[in-house]
Design a protein around this ligand. Structure first.
Ligand SMILES: [Zn+2]
Length: 108
């Protein structure tokens, strides 16, 4: 499996153009241009964004279900409350930053 030199979309070795951006890939049966060297690649950037969204979802669940925003009782143990006070902002802000980094790194 090769990568399109313009958009990094995976293409077969026998493809004559990229299925995504229609970049011409072959000249006399050989790859038109060598695959672009990428910093981390689109797949890895997508993986970073997926994990960042999971951290954001976990932070929002902690805020809603453990932050006292509902009619349900909240665990009032001081050790667990201190965990909530640093873990929830860490997951939320870290998730936002990691999503932005993953979104930017898809082009590098
Ligand atoms: Zn392409």
């Amino acid at each position: 499996m090769h990568r399109c030199p313009r958009c990094s979309f995976p293409v077969y070795g026998f493809a004559i153009e990229c299925a995504k951006c229609h970049y011409p890939l072959t000249r006399d049966g050989t790859l038109y241009a060598p695959a672009r060297q990428s910093l981390i690649g689109a797949d890895k950037a997508h993986d970073i964004r997926r994990k960042a969204l999971a951290a954001l979802a976990l932070a929002l669940l902690m805020k809603v279900y453990w932050g006292g925003h509902g009619p349900w009782p909240v665990v009032a143990d001081p050790t667990l409350q201190s965990l909530l006070h640093w873990l929830e902002p860490l997951l939320f802000n870290g998730g936002l930053v990691a999503y932005a980094v993953g979104w930017i790194l898809r082009w590098f």
